[in-house]
Design a protein around this ligand. Structure first.
Ligand SMILES: [Zn+2]
Length: 380
C-alpha cells in the first residue's frame, strides 16, 4: 500500500477508533515512515551517544535499480546480472521485507509455503494484538508504544494487498505474465511483455517495480510512462487478475483481485484493532461506529488516480479534521541530524525518530526471532 492508506487512511481509522488526535497522528506517521526509513544514517552526538537507524523499507542497491531500468528501456538485457544482485540481497529480504511488508501467513507445510503472506492471517493478528499489549505498558516520556502501533498498522494492512507473495526469493512469487488482466482504464497492451523479466524474477515484482518507477519518474524518463500499472496490489480502486506459476497451498494458481474489497476489509479490521487499544488505554474514548464511516471509506477507496489524488480524497472525505497535518517524510528524518546537535544525547530519547527506530528494532527482533519461530518459520 502507499501513502494514501498508510498515512491518511490509517489516520482516519485511528481517529474514528477513538484515539486522540495527536496520538493518532503518531500512529499514522509511523505507519507511513516504515516505507520511508530506507537508509542507514546514524546520528552521533558529541557525548558519544548514537541514534542508530533501522532500515524498514526496500533496500535495493543502485546498480540493481539501474539494471532493471535499462532492461525495461530496452537499452540492455541485464536479466542475469539482476538475478545475481537480487540473490545477494537474501539477508536484506529476510530482515527488511519479511517483517515489515510480507508477514508470513504460516499456511502449508514447506517453509516456502509458510512464508507466503496471507490476508489478515492469524500470525498478523497475533502480531498486532501482542504489539497492543506491549504498547499498553507505560514508559512515561520514553514511551514508543504509538510508534510500534504504527509499524503494526503498516505490516497488518500490507497483508491485505501483498497476500499471495512472500518477502524473499521463492518460486511461489513467479507469475505467468500472459495471465495478467487489468479491468477498467488501466490497460497497457504490450507493457506486460516488456516487463516479463521482472515478472519472472523470484522477488515480488511490484515491490521492485515501485522502487524503480519512482526513481525513474524523478529522472523524467518516458520509458516508464506506464509505470504505475505495476503497483497493482497497492492501488485501492483496481480490479485485476493473474495466475501464479505454482499453485498455493489450498488456493490454486489463479488470483482474482478486487482491491476495493480487500482494502475495505483491511480498513475495518484496522479500525477494530485500534479501537481495542483505545478502549484499554483511554478511559474517556469516544469512538465513531464503523457503520457510520463505512460509506465514506468506500467512496475514497473507489477514487481512481495516483497516490496524491487518493491522499487528497482521504483528506477531503470528512474523516479527517480540518487542517489535519499532512505527511512529510523529512519531519522525522531530519531528527537524525538534529540528534547530533543536542546538548546531551539523552535529550534525543524523546524524539519521534528515536522512538520510531526503537519500535522498528523491537518489531524486527519480535517477528524474526520470536513470532515466526513460534509458528515453525525459521527464516532468520
Ligand atoms: Zn509496506
Amino acid at each position: 500500500m502507499q501513502e494514501d492508506m498508510h498515512y491518511y487512511g490509517t489516520l482516519a481509522m485511528a481517529l474514528a477508533a477513538g484515539i486522540p488526535k495527536e496520538k493518532a497522528r503518531i500512529i499514522a506517521y509511523a505507519s507511513q515512515f516504515v516505507d520511508d526509513s530506507s537508509s542507514h544514517e546514524n546520528g552521533c552526538n558529541n557525548d558519544g551517544g548514537m541514534l542508530v537507524t533501522f532500515t524498514t523499507s526496500h533496500e535495493l542497491i543502485d546498480s540493481a535499480k539501474t539494471m532493471i531500468a535499462n532492461t525495461i528501456a530496452g537499452v540492455a538485457d541485464c536479466s542475469d546480472k539482476l538475478q545475481d544482485t537480487v540473490m545477494y540481497n537474501k539477508e536484506i529480504q529476510r530482515k527488511v521485507w519479511v517483517p515489515n511488508h510480507f508477514l508470513p501467513g504460516g499456511k502449508g507445510e514447506t517453509l516456502e509455503e509458510r512464508a507466503i503472506c496471507q490476508k489478515n492471517s492469524e500470525i498478523a493478528n497475533v502480531m498486532f494484538d501482542e504489539h497492543i499489549d506491549y504498547a499498553l505498558k507505560d514508559r512515561g516520556d520514553y514511551d514508543y508504544g504509538l510508534h510500534l502501533l504504527g509499524v503494526a498498522a503498516h505490516v497488518y494492512m500490507d497483508t491485505f494487498s501483498h497476500y499471495g507473495f512472500s518477502g524473499f526469493s521463492s518460486d511461489f512469487n513467479r507469475i505467468k505474465s500472459s495471465s495478467m488482466k487489468v479491468k477498467g482504464e488501466y490497460k497497457y497492451p504490450g507493457f506486460v511483455e516488456k516487463i516479463g523479466m521482472i515478472l519472472k524474477s523470484e522477488v515480488p515484482f511490484f515491490f521492485l517495480w515501485d522502487k524503480v518507477k519512482s526513481d525513474f519518474a524523478e529522472g523524467g524518463d518516458s520509458a516508464l510512462g506506464h509505470g504505475a500499472v505495476m503497483s497493482l496490489p497497492d492501488m485501492p480502486f483496481l480490479k485485476w487478475e493473474f495466475s501464479f506459476e505454482k499453485p498455493r497451498p489450498g488456493n490454486g494458481c489463479l488470483s482474482v483481485r478486487d482491491n476495493v474489497a480487500s482494502f475495505a476489509e483491511g480498513c475495518e479490521a484496522l479500525y477494530m484493532k485500534l479501537r481495542a487499544y483505545a478502549e484499554k488505554k483511554y478511559a474517556d474514548t469516544q469512538p465513531v461506529a464503523y457503520d457510520d464511516i463505512r460509506g465514506s471509506v468506500l467512496s475514497v477507496l473507489n477514487v481512481v488516480g495516483d497516490k496524491e489524488t487518493r491522499s487528497e480524497a482521504w483528506y477531503k472525505s470528512g474523516l479527517l479534521p480540518e487542517n489535519a497535518p499532512r505527511y512529510d517524510k523529512n519531519e522525522w528524518a531530519i531528527e537524525i541530524e538534529k540528534f547530533g546537535y543536542l546538548a546531551r544525547s539523552e535529550d534525543g530519547l524523546t524524539l519521534d525518530c528515536y522512538k520510531f527506530h526503537q519500535a522498528a528494532t523491537y518489531h524486527r527482533y519480535y517477528v524474526l526471532k520470536d513470532l515466526l519461530p513460534r509458528h515453525r518459520i525459521a527464516l532468520y
